[in-house]
Design a protein around this ligand. Structure first.
Ligand code: 2P0
Length: 374
């Protein structure tokens, strides 16, 4: 054991995000550049999140990663290897940068200065071990790649003391999984598709912080914990290759909806937010159906929940002229229901009434988590 060698470690968490305007389709599969912009709400840190610890130690022989305790291979030029290499590159550039104001590694060490300086220069060459855990069952079919890659990038950025903005880090998280770039921010987040071929303008930006609209809640309803089905990565490329409806969506629908939902969020107009969120979930599942061969993500329980929310909103519109809830579905049958705090109890009771729950996680329907977003 080399007692003089320094060991650096950093831990970071990132929550899951749920898209209101869906990302579906890549124009560059290596850099993960999307065919349209998207917008999501990041859940609160208290609920579904990934936590990742990175440690650099000169005694390690190579970079290694464990996901929920199980080792995953890091193979170049795969997504994990790309993200780690990009962050090491930024670390190397930081040290080479002559700007003395740039933060260097935390110097709370009693080591002689020369040893510290040597470590600062070499940290990007020291192997890292990375351990990541989800605080929710990966098998629940809930997107774990978004929180996972966001936490990985945040943890390495902290390890390397990178003075980067979340938007800059989102450029790297995007290369791990497209939707991960949006989990670098809390609250309401847009992923701007960008126009450049090198992807340097395809990044996440904050539309509004969580504190702007703290009444917003997301109810996550686990309809099935079955992981089988078409993966997002392969499904969306089949859609790009075969769906004419996707071309219409990219050109004529999403740009307008991005403006509408950003305005709805800024004005805290739940009715407008709900209308566009449900319309975009519907169109995402329509382009999946328009794919050859067709892709089905929702099941009968998913469709029953849609019917329930439609009826709930019909009554609300009759009384007040406004919607009170919005459903949205990703690449699986689980429902996410957006609503304001004042309606949470009513909606939970409604769902429990129509979808009675038995004990155990394997039940056809289980209300998994309800909580504030942001
Ligand atoms: C979204 N989804 O915007 C959309 C809606 C699923 C449906 O982002 O290939 O896991 O890693 O970039 O990010 C799922 O796609 O795909 C996704 P990759 P990702 O949240």
């Amino acid at each position: 054991e080399n007692k003089t060698a320094m060991v650096y470690q950093a831990t970071a968490s990132a929550p899951v995000n749920i898209a209101c305007i869906k990302y579906w389709g890549k124009r560059d599969t290596k850099l993960i550049l999307p065919t349209n912009s998207s917008l999501s709400v990041t859940l609160s840190q208290d609920h579904l999140r990934s936590t990742t610890t990175s440690r650099a130690d000169p005694s390690f022989s190579k970079d290694r990663l464990w996901l929920n305790g199980k080792e995953e291979e890091i193979v170049a030029p795969g997504r994990l290897a790309t993200c780690i290499a990009e962050l090491k590159k930024l670390r190397k550039e930081l040290v080479e940068d002559k700007d003395e104001s740039a933060p260097k590694v935390i110097a709370d060490s009693i080591l002689p200065l020369f040893a510290l300086l040597k470590m600062i220069i070499q940290l990007s060459t020291v192997p890292v071990h990375i351990a990541s855990f989800n605080n929710f069952p990966t098998a629940a079919g809930l997107a774990s790649s978004a929180s996972g890659f966001a936490a990985l990038v945040s943890s390495l950025a902290a390890l390397y003391a990178l003075p980067c903005s979340p938007s800059t880090l989102s450029l790297i998280a995007r290369q791990g999984s497209g939707s991960a770039c949006r989990s670098l921010f809390g609250g309401y987040v847009a992923w701007e598709q960008g126009v450049l071929d090198d992807g340097s303008d395809s990044l996440a930006v904050e539309v509004a912080p969580r504190s702007h609209w703290p009444e917003m809640h997301a109810l996550i309803c686990v309809v099935s914990d079955d992981k089988k089905g078409t993966s997002s990565t392969s499904g969306m490329q089949r859609t790009v290759q075969t769906s004419e409806l996707l071309q219409h969506r990219i050109k004529h629908v999403v740009p307008k909806r991005m403006k509408e939902i950003e305005a709805a969020i800024k004005a805290k107009d739940f009715d407008a937010f709900a209308k566009v969120t449900m319309a975009d979930s519907n169109q995402f599942h329509a382009v999946a159906l328009d794919t050859e061969p067709p892709i089905f993500y929702m099941n009968d329980v998913s469709r029953s929940i849609i019917a329930l929310i439609v009826e709930y909103n019909r009554v609300a519109i009759e009384k007040t002229g406004k919607r009170k809830a919005a459903y949205t579905y990703d690449a699986g049958p689980n429902a996410v229901i957006y609503t304001l705090q004042e309606n949470v109890k009513e909606i939970v009771e409604l769902i429990v009434k129509y979808f009675p729950q038995k004990d155990g996680f394997k039940d056809p329907f289980q209300l998994f988590a309800g909580g504030s977003v942001g």
